[in-house]
Design a protein around this ligand. Structure first.
Ligand code: NAD
Length: 258
């Protein structure tokens, strides 16, 4: 049985009730985990209020601002985790960002600044969060991130985010090899296209979803809940022998050649 009772889980990337991280947080909570939630702070505090109201029913023990571009905020986040819990069992990395202009049109037009921004937020952040998390995962742990097929194959308009996801997927493997001796497992979920705030920035997301409905073995796209259930599995002892893997939760779309 999937049981996360007594596990302390830090979940990043909840922006609203469509966020994949929200689907994951609900599943971890349902399995008995104690939650810590981070949000991306903004000048007017709008995100803080929105996310706080949303997660309230899950009764998180921690609710913290964390912009992964800001190393000081990452340090403060894990200092707060240490103070509250002493240790950490689960880290969910569920965030990404690229400029909207870099998610459409000609890939060769990607600017250096846009490339660096996308890679910093969407890929390097897994390294910096894992580095901080490993110090608190003293009884082992599970780190899960979210990726997409566009990091393996060319998907129209995904552009620089495909490069970021390719880097992210290699981060998963290198981190798994590095942290395995501390019994910390690192895995990724490659989710099928889902309508969210982030995916709406990718040109033609609805066409991608309709294409999946036509082609995928299950003839539908996946839900946040389905991704959440797979994440809960990867966070639990049911997957104790699994690390360095990318698990496709995409209605089987990735297996199709035509
Ligand atoms: P979302 O917009 O709900 O979540 C993206 C999150 O990233 C937001 O909470 C946002 O606040 C956060 N974020 C952006 N910049 C940040 C920063 N500097 N510091 C901290 N947080 C920051 O969208 P989502 O689709 O749920 O995306 C979550 C993850 O799932 C992303 O990695 C995305 O690439 C991945 N993914 C999404 C899909 C999809 O179709 N929606 C498919 C596969 C993978």
């Amino acid at each position: 049985m999937l049981d996360l009772t007594g596990k302390r889980a830090l979940v990043t990337g909840i922006a609203n009730n469509r966020s994949i991280a929200w689907g994951i947080a609900q599943q971890l909570h349902a399995a008995g985990a104690d939650l810590g939630v981070t949000y991306l702070p903004d000048a007017k505090g709008k995100m803080e209020k929105k996310v706080k109201d949303l997660v309230e029913p899950l009764n998180p023990s921690l609710f913290l601002p964390c912009n992964v571009q800001d190393e000081a905020q990452v340090t403060e986040t894990f200092d707060a985790v240490k103070k509250q819990w002493g240790q950490l069992d689960i880290l969910v990395h569920c965030l990404a960002f690229a400029n909207r202009d870099d998610l459409m049109g000609d890939f060769s037009e990607t600017s250096k600044a846009g490339f660096q921004l996308a890679l910093d937020i969407s890929a390097y952040s897994l390294v910096s969060l894992s580095r901080a998390a490993k110090l608190l995962m003293t009884d082992g742990g599970s780190i899960v991130t979210l990726t997409y097929l566009g990091g393996v194959k060319v998907i129209p308009n995904y552009n620089v985010m495909g490069i970021a996801k390719a880097a992210l997927e290699m981060n998963v493997r290198y981190l798994a090899a590095d942290l395995g001796s501390s019994n910390i497992r690192v895995n990724g979920i490659s989710a099928g296209p889902i309508r969210t705030l982030a995916s709406s920035a990718v040109g033609g997301i609805l066409d991608m979803i309709h294409h999946v409905e036509d082609i995928a073995p299950l003839h539908r796209t996946v839900t946040q809940e389905e991704v959440g259930k797979a994440a809960a599995f990867l966070c639990s002892d049911l997957s104790s022998g699994v690390t360095g893997q990318i698990l496709y939760v995409d209605s089987g779309y990735n297996i199709m050649g035509m």
